[in-house]
Design a protein around this ligand. Structure first.
Ligand code: URA
Ligand code: ZN
Length: 344
């Protein structure tokens, strides 16, 4: 794999883990996507091997793909399925555990913490704790926020505190949109992951922007998973719909695309034309590379042992190859180093 050796430093900012204490809570469920719970035609849950929770496995994966540094985050469904009091206890423990992993990793691992979002007061306390924890650079949040979406006004004090602390919110989908079947076929997880996830992000972020949050909190930093869903492509349409809507026209200081362009995006889009669309929309200074590990593993693997690079990772390297080295380096590590203050 010559590509890997020629690339220099690589930081993976989209890489997940279910820490052992979350595994203990999840073990009775082993259900990740909502339709795994509802659809009797799907096998309940999915096999969860050690690549989902073990730090040595994460480091092995990083070594296999020439990744020097990873900013790891708890994977969906985070703590969304717990009650507020349970979330508070779990978040504090998980953030401490995550920070300990960072501390022991000799700067190979940084992290995005997790919040007990059903209590805004406790979340504000937790972001302050996260700010002081070794290796943590922000938080991961689902599109439902505290249960009512990102345009929920209750979130504003939390967003204000996150802006004040200069932490990054890594926004990630989980629930999917439009997953109900339109026809008789079962295509597995293909459509929920390819389209449901990306439209979920698209809708949640659009709603957030339409509240005018970035007029109030212009320095609030969001990192959007999966290259912003479909937003780089649909931003022009969103702008035009605002201008032509009597209820919305004049409500925001700027067009939606003005705020959107200033957000951060991962480059997890698996294709050159998608990456080009993203980079035509936002600046190359706003895009950071990722893998979505441990998801999208090769299907042809025996006994959970990965010896060859994963196709999903190779695709996200390959789609950048048309860029010059300077831009590639920005996406691969320099932007992450600057935005997440990684000391590389
Ligand atoms: N599937 C998930 O459940 N989560 C991800 O982040 C990617 C794929
Ligand atoms: Zn992910």
């Amino acid at each position: 794999m010559t590509v890997y050796n020629s690339l220099g430093k690589v930081v993976d900012i989209h890489t997940h883990v279910y820490l052992p204490s979350l595994m203990d809570i999840l073990r009775n469920r082993l259900v990740i996507l909502p339709d795994e719970e509802q659809d009797e035609s799907l096998t309940k849950g999915r096999p969860i091997g050690s690549e989902y929770w073990s730090t040595p496995r994460k480091l092995q994966f990083m070594d296999l793909h020439n990744i020097q540094t990873s900013v790891i985050s708890t994977a969906n469904p985070w703590l969304d399925f717990l009650k507020a009091e349970e979330q508070i206890e779990a978040a504090t423990k998980l953030n401490k555990d995550l920070s300990d992993i960072c501390l022991e990793s000799d700067k190979r691992i940084y992290g995005f913490g997790i919040l007990p979002l059903y209590s805004i007061k406790a979340s504000i306390e937790e972001v302050n704790r996260i700010k002081g924890l070794f290796g943590l650079r922000g938080i991961i949040m689902g599109t439902h926020g505290a249960g009512k979406g990102l345009d929920d006004p209750n979130l504003i004090p939390l967003f204000a505190e996150i802006e004040r602390l200069d932490l990054v919110i890594f926004l990630h989908p989980h629930y999917g949109i439009g997953n109900d079947k339109f026809g008789p076929h079962d295509f597995g997880h293909t459509l929920p992951l390819a389209l449901g996830f990306t439209f979920e992000t698209t809708i949640a972020v659009s709603r957030l922007i339409l509240t005018g949050i970035f007029d109030k909190l212009p320095n609030l930093k969001f990192l959007l998973a999966h290259s912003g869903g479909t937003l780089p492509f649909l931003a022009g349409r969103l702008d035009s719909c605002v201008i032509h809507d009597p209820q919305m026209a004049g409500k925001l200081l700027e067009k939606p695309s003005f705020y959107l362009k200033k957000l951060y995006f991962d480059s997890v889009c698996y294709g050159e034309s998608s990456l080009k669309c993203l980079l035509n929309f936002t600046s190359v200074d706003n895009v950071m590379w990722g893998t979505d590990n441990p998801f999208f593993p090769p299907l042809d693997v025996q006994n959970d042992v990965y010896e060859k690079p994963w196709l999903s990772v190779v695709e996200n390297y390959d789609c950048m190859m048309y860029l010059d080295v300077a831009d590639r380096e920005k996406i691969l590590w320099k932007n992450a180093n600057r935005i997440l203050n990684l000391e590389l």
